[in-house]
Design a protein around this ligand. Structure first.
Ligand code: SF4
Length: 290
């Protein structure tokens, strides 16, 4: 079958050769373990059971998880093995289960959920670069959507991820998941059981892009959609884009934060201490799997 699961629509026959995402037919997972560092309504106090899939449809030049997004390092899993892993994570008492960059494996993830539907909120965590028709395959299966909204201009989409159409697709995808989820709902522990939480990572020198994206969220998404404003940008390896070789400054952070507050967007502001490479998970090691 020729793959059109993401907006690249590269039509790779993944049984024969990988597509842009670097992935063949086999489902590859680089980490499956409790994760404490998502936003409070996802991680709570006991963490989310996070399954990190290998490969990525976006492959940003500055990716902090490039070990898996750019190299595809990971272990092969069948839907049965994924289902068993989800059970083990749930048995540990996590608040939710998260699928991280699972887009290239949507049919196999759905197969796993056919085998066992976890009694926990299921979270879909991606770059936001999604095809609406693929998101519709997930309707009814996913409870909480945790998409990034990264780039506003075609120029930055092209420079950072060879995706000049990033905003076109990410904005359509956000509207689709807001339609699917409806208003946010929370349980008695403050864990999101339904809804959309939009993430935005501020990039150095690009506060203008951040502010345009936040204004778009205010104008185009349902009122009350929460936003997580992230400041942890760390240049990883050879970024190759002028200006992206440094962290953001305090002044840049405050400029975007103040804009978010002025717009009245609810959500989360990240602490400065979390801009540390110690928060990057270990992938594809014995301790990466429960
Ligand atoms: S998921 Fe991968 S193979 Fe499929 S269209 Fe996207 S980049 Fe191509």
């Amino acid at each position: 079958m020729l793959c059109t699961l993401c907006p690249r629509k590269c039509r790779a026959d993944r049984a024969v050769r990988p597509g842009f995402c670097g992935l063949g037919e086999e489902m590859l997972i680089a980490r499956a373990a409790p994760h404490l560092w998502e936003e409070p309504p996802v991680s709570g106090t006991r963490g989310t059971g996070a399954v990190f899939f290998s490969g990525c449809t976006l492959r940003c030049v500055y990716c902090q998880n490039r070990e898996i997004s750019h190299t595809g390092a990971g272990r092969p899993f069948t839907p049965r093995q994924l289902s068993d892993t989800l059970k083990r994570l749930a048995d540990l008492g996590v608040h939710s289960l998260s699928f991280i960059t699972g887009t290239p494996f949507i049919p196999r993830i759905l197969d796993a959920l056919e085998l066992w539907r976890p009694p926990l909120p299921l979270v879909w965590n991606t770059s936001g670069y999604e095809a609406v028709e693929s998101l519709r395959l997930l309707e009814g299966a996913i409870d909480v959507w945790l998409p990034d909204l990264k780039h506003f201009s075609p120029r930055m989409g092209q420079l950072c991820a060879k995706a000049p159409d990033y905003f076109e697709h990410a904005s359509a995808a956000l509207k689709e998941v807001c339609r699917q989820a409806g208003p946010c709902a929370y349980n008695e522990e403050g864990i999101m059981t339904r809804g959309v939480l939009v993430r935005h990572l501020i990039l150095p020198g690009l506060t203008g892009e951040s502010m345009k994206l936040l204004t778009w969220i205010r104008d185009e998404l349902p009122p009350g959609t929460p936003v997580s404003l992230m400041r942890q940008y760390l240049p990883c390896g050879e970024v190759g884009v002028p200006g992206l070789d440094r962290r953001i400054t305090e002044k840049e952070y405050r400029r975007v934060r103040d804009h978010m507050l002025l717009l009245g967007l609810p959500g989360f502001l990240q602490e400065a201490e979390s801009a540390d490479s110690g928060f990057i998970p270990v992938f594809n090691a014995p301790e990466s799997f429960i």
